[in-house]
Design a protein around this ligand. Structure first.
Ligand code: GDP
Length: 310
């Protein structure tokens, strides 16, 4: 159900603890990353990632917790290749900005943060490694605030929710002096502060293709967010090409995420992030739509690679 979906991205400087936090979130929702069959991951081709404009969203995952499905989309660390950052951010309703409580915010994350703020996303600030000797969480919050000001954040964005974590121990706290034994405060914050995805579940199906992957068995796989309606495996749908041409085809497989594994789905509602196989000609920025109502969604420009603002 759309109301139970939260789509987020995590922005973090390398080593600030993104992997550790996501692992802890997965673990506390009953998933052990190491137990997942890597072979199930359909999009795993690094060479393709280097192709201009093509991203493999193999690191997308979803966390099921308290009846909520949290889709975590993978964001490129810093540089922006061909509008990639923007495309990813357009799928989410919130970014978690994860900052080391000792190091503070790093310049390399400025680019993605700036893009998020420009797109109107209101970040949740996660101050991690609060157990680290010499950590200075309160000061780091002030540094984040100053950075937001510098990046022209609006009032609402400056009023960001803050959560303190020791990702290594799997602990989150809303207040520094609070006692906590798990990440529940973080899960609650995501549930309360991140809006469920917008989109009309009753409207004809539409999905914007955000990335393309490739798999030996399934061929080309298109990933994106279901913007309106519902999509079903086996369904015949229209692909609206960038030049306006329409191609009809059948969804051979609908793929979703369960933890870090990719699983076959029967259907997916508006707001969910899924992958579709069965279309060999599909490209980024194109729209999958109901065959009786093949209308394109506003596409996101695939621009030339931009330099990061380091
Ligand atoms: P990533 O590059 O952002 O994915 O960072 P990792 O998750 O790989 O973490 C980098 C290092 O920081 C690892 O050695 C982690 O064990 C450590 N780390 C992560 N979170 C914490 C934390 O909350 N406290 C401490 N002390 N170490 C942490």
């Amino acid at each position: 159900m759309q109301q139970n979906i939260r789509n987020i991205a995590i922005i973090a400087h390398v080593d600030h603890g993104k992997t550790t936090l996501v692992d802890a979130m997965l673990k506390q929702s009953g998933v052990f990353r190491e137990n997942q069959a890597v072979a199930e991951r359909v999009m795993d081709n690094n060479d393709l990632e280097k192709e201009r404009g093509i991203t493999i969203l193999s690191k997308n995952l979803s966390i099921h917790r308290n009846g909520l499905k949290i889709n975590v989309v993978d964001t490129p660390g810093h540089a922006d290749f061909g509008g990639e950052v923007e495309r990813v951010l357009k799928m989410v309703d919130c970014v978690l900005l994860l900052v080391d409580a000792f190091d503070g915010p790093m310049p390399q994350t400025r680019f993605v943060l700036k893009k998020s703020l420009d797109l109107g996303l209101k970040p949740i600030v996660v101050i991690n490694k609060i157990d680290r000797p010499g950590s200075r969480p309160e000061q780091v919050v002030d540094m984040v605030f100053d950075l937001f000001c510098e990046l022209n954040a609006n009032e609402d964005q400056l009023d960001f929710p803050i959560i303190y974590t020791n990702a290594k121990a799997g602990i989150a706290k809303a207040e520094l002096n609070e006692e906590s034994a798990d990440l529940e405060p973080l899960f609650s914050l995501i549930q309360d502060k991140v809006s469920p995805p917008s989109g009309n579940p009753e409207a004809p199906f539409q999905m914007l293709v955000t990335s393309i992957g490739y798999n030996d068995y399934l061929g080309r796989i298109a990933t994106g967010k279901v913007v309106n309606g519902v999509v079903r495996t086996g369904q015949t749908i229209a692909l609206v090409k960038r030049d306006g041409k329409i191609e009809k085809g059948r969804i051979s497989k609908l793929i979703g995420y369960q933890g870090v594994a990719q699983v076959e789905l029967d259907d997916a509602p508006a707001g969910d992030i899924v992958s579709i196989a069965g279309f060999e000609e599909v490209g980024i920025g194109e729209t999958f739509a109901d065959e009786s109502c093949p209308e394109a969604l506003p596409s996101i420009a695939i621009d030339e690679p931009t330099l990061s603002m380091n």
